[in-house]
Design a protein around this ligand. Structure first.
Ligand code: MG
Length: 390
């Protein structure tokens, strides 16, 4: 079996969903998805000379070749790895279809048939903790058992980066990574409102988007301890693993990070220094299913669970679900398309996400078929539909 064609279609979802199709001379094809980013589809097409004519089942070797050969395009991080991730996922789908087996089988089989999904919720229009509570109840009523809110947005006591007058609120300005006392109290009130709304049985995570310095991140994490959060995500910037470690080891609120790291090497120090409690790779961005499995297995040496970041369409989400099924240390994976009513319509047979879980099927590959009519109807302006050019 030889690869004969590599093509893309970018779907205009809440993010651009970069679908990657790989076809072969036997008629078997695979469909993958890469995380969004400027130039990702172009970079998939740039990799074509490395793929055409090759055996598509030599996935690790093809990734090695792409990483080496696309080094000038930046193949150790960023959009080049993202493009490679979409190719990698398409190759796993193709592998499954060629052998008549679900992707999870190739990763050791399943610990679980149902993949727990958490809903990334957005705050209401008004910066009111009661709005967060209302939204939390709404999402739980839809069947989710795990939810996440942004803790750092819409805070009436936070000045944003474009606000010219930073002098009007004590020591709080948007650049120094400090948290003012009113700002702190507001964040705690939001998290408390959500926890009180949903009760102790629902997993509640909060995201801080790399905003704070070490001491104030510790103050925040400690203030949130009584709420028994699932995690506090990205409390400090990602550059300094020692700083991350200091925060993590100063609180019993679990910390999480990892959505902006690439390839399994990118997670090594974080894991070996036990600088974080939960790791959150974005699989269609960080290198794909096998790279994620390597990170998960490494993390499992330290009993660290995995909670993938995810903004993908059903294609990427379910493909990632297969490797999430195959690791013991899976916690939960994100669903971010709360404002895309047609998310589940992109595949035939309806949404694979029901009542907060994805139940995997036993069909070959990821088990999904693209609904081409829906895909074409939402094709990003200027994108080809699996043509010769991006
Ligand atoms: Mg995040």
């Amino acid at each position: 079996m030889k690869i004969t064609k590599v093509s893309t279609a970018v779907i205009a979802g809440n993010f651009p969903w970069v679908l990657v199709r790989i076809e072969t001379d036997t008629g078997v094809s695979g469909l993958g998805e890469a995380y969004w980013g400027a130039g990702v589809a172009e970079l998939v097409h740039r990799a074509k000379p490395l793929l055409i004519g090759e055996d598509p089942t030599n996935i690790a070797r093809l990734m090695f070749v792409m990483e080496r050969s696309l080094s000038g395009e930046g193949s150790q991080a960023g959009v080049t790895v993202t493009a490679m991730s979409g190719i990698e996922i398409a190759l796993w789908d193709l592998m499954g279809r060629a052998h008549g087996l679900p992707i999870s089988t190739f990763f050791g089989g399943r610990f679980r048939e149902k993949i727990r999904i958490y809903a990334d919720c957005h705050e209401g229009d008004t910066p009111d903790p009661a709005e967060y509570a209302r939204r939390a109840k709404e999402v739980v009523a839809a069947g989710f058992t795990a939810i996440k809110f942004d803790l750092d947005n819409a805070n009436p006591y936070t000045l944003d980066l474009t606000d010219g007058d930073h002098s009007r609120r004590q020591w709080v300005e948007p650049f120094n990574r400090l948290i003012g006392s009113q700002e702190m109290a507001w964040m705690v009130s939001v998290a408390s409102a959500v926890r009180n709304a949903v009760g102790p049985e629902i997993m509640v995570a909060m995201d801080a988007h790399w905003k704070f310095g070490v001491n104030d991140a510790i103050k925040l994490a400690q203030a949130l301890e009584p709420l028994d959060l699932l995690w506090l995500e990205d409390p400090v910037p990602p550059h300094n693993i020692e700083a991350q470690r200091l925060v993590t080891h100063s609180t019993r609120t679990p910390t999480s990070t990892g959505e902006n790291l690439y390839l399994h090497q990118g997670y090594r120090e974080l894991i070996e220094k036990q600088a974080v409690r939960i790791i959150t790779p974005d699989i269609p961005k960080m290198g794909g299913l096998l790279e994620f499995k390597k990170v998960a297995d490494h993390a499992n040496l330290y009993y660290i669970p995995m909670a993938p970041h995810n903004v993908a369409s059903p294609i990427g989400t379910v493909a990632c679900g297969h490797v999430c099924a195959a690791i013991s240390n899976y916690l939960v994976m994100e669903y971010h398309a709360h404002d895309v009513a047609w998310w589940g319509d992109l595949v035939e047979g309806g949404s694979p996400l029901q009542n907060g879980f994805i139940t995997l099927n036993n069909k070959p590959g990821h088990g999904l078929t693209l609904n081409e009519d829906v895909a074409k109807a939402h094709l990003k302006k200027g994108s080809s539909f699996f043509g010769e050019n991006p």
